[in-house]
Design a binder for this molecule. Structure first.
Ligand SMILES: NC(=O)c1ccc[n+]([C@@H]2O[C@H](COP(=O)([O-])OP(=O)(O)OC[C@H]3O[C@@H](n4cnc5c(N)ncnc54)[C@H](O)[C@@H]3O)[C@@H](O)[C@H]2O)c1
Length: 333
């Protein structure tokens, strides 16, 4: 019999409800929820037969949960995570880590004897993890270029986009902090962290908001050159992340749930088989991996230091787009 952990989900909007369902699906979590919106709190508790519910974080933390999952808008992540760590909990924080650096280093310092990570869910994708292993084995040679091409019709997947955190950069909105951050974090996991970049962002299509919905970024990750393109309005839902190495090219295709590689010039791709993952399955894997980390049987998938680096990239992209010109990712921004 595996241990059952007491897991408090904070904020049960779109992703919080998914975490409540997916932590429960591991069979290793007794889930409680904390949500300020009374009607939503009742609906989610009823839907998943959750007995313990709280109207605010203090009340939730007073119940002494072992694990807290922070699913509120991004500007609330760090103060809530600090409160949870101070209450003795292990903490999984939704992406992005924050919208600025206030409290981030304090959180990192105070988390040293807890398991704390950020839910960059691509790190739980078996195809991406397998591709990373293949790159790191050296069989394709050193990476020299990373290219991301991503698009999704955000209003189709999130019809409420005008009225949620997405409509304001201060609450984590816009394509950079909402969507591109996943891809940047994945690329930094595959190759090296971004050390400088130049960006162009625009509001091109989405009705009812003024935040950017289209982004182009050129990056340097040490010797590796990078190029990231993303929009949140095209019809096809496609995310590809290609790493060109000295002796071969590898590509992750999230929408096909696969990775593939090519070595001989002009030859077709060789596809590596990965079972198709239905969307919850990725989040169940992420939840299980976080509980493994809490139990000390594996490392946390995305530690705070990695998420802090991706936060620095998010903010540098927005700065570059505003000022024009290259930005350096400093250690102490
Ligand atoms: N990993 C992913 O694929 C993914 C997908 C969607 C959202 N997210 C991230 O998750 C976070 C939340 O996004 P969302 O789409 O679920 O937003 P949402 O607006 O649907 O839900 C946020 C919920 O938090 C609640 N809340 C706000 N303040 C609270 C407080 N003080 N105490 C308790 N509850 C509080 C709100 O009432 C709301 O129900 C964002 O950072 C977003 O970027 C990640």
């Amino acid at each position: 019999m595996r241990k059952v952990h007491r897991v408090l989900i904070v904020g049960v909007g779109s992703i919080g409800e998914r975490h409540a369902r997916c932590f429960a699906a591991t069979g290793r979590a007794a889930v409680s929820i904390c949500e300020v919106n009374a009607e939503l709190r009742w609906i989610v508790a009823d839907r998943y037969s959750i007995a313990e519910t709280f109207a605010d974080l203090d009340a939730g933390l007073a119940s002494r949960p072992e694990v807290v999952v922070i699913c509120t808008p991004a500007h609330r992540h760090v103060p809530m995570a600090l409160a949870a760590v101070r209450a003795g909990a292990h903490v999984l924080i939704e992406k992005p880590l924050a919208t600025g650096f206030d409290g981030v280093d304090e959180l990192i310092r105070e988390s040293c004897d807890r398991t704390v990570g950020v839910a960059y869910v691509y790190r739980s994708h078996p195809a991406l993890a397998a591709m990373r292993e293949a790159i790191r084995s050296g069989r394709f040679g050193e990476p020299v270029q990373v290219v991301a091409q991503c698009g999704q019709h955000f209003p189709f997947y999130r019809p409420a986009y005008r009225t949620i955190y997405y409509n304001d950069r201060a609450t984590g909105g816009g394509a950079v902090q909402d969507a591109l951050t996943h891809i940047v974090n994945a690329a930094e996991w595959l190759v090296d962290p971004v050390d400088r970049l130049v960006a162009d962002v625009g509001h091109q299509v989405l009705d009812g908001v003024t935040v950017e919905d289209t982004v182009h970024v050129l990056t340097r990750h040490g010797r590796v050159m990078g190029c990231f393109n993303l929009n949140q309005h095209q019809a096809p839902n496609e995310t590809t992340l290609t790493v060109v190495c000295q002796r071969g090219t590898v590509r992750f295709e999230a929408h096909e749930c696969r990775w593939r590689w090519a070595i001989e010039p002009g030859a077709p791709w060789t596809d590596e088989a990965t079972p198709t993952l239905e969307r919850d399955a990725l989040f169940v894997r992420q939840a299980g991996a976080f509980l493994d980390a809490v139990e000390g049987t594996s490392a946390v998938a995305c530690p705070l230091a990695d998420a802090r680096q991706t936060l620095a990239v998010n903010l540098a992209i927005l700065r570059s787009a505003e000022r024009g010109g290259w930005e350096t990712i400093a250690d102490n921004p």
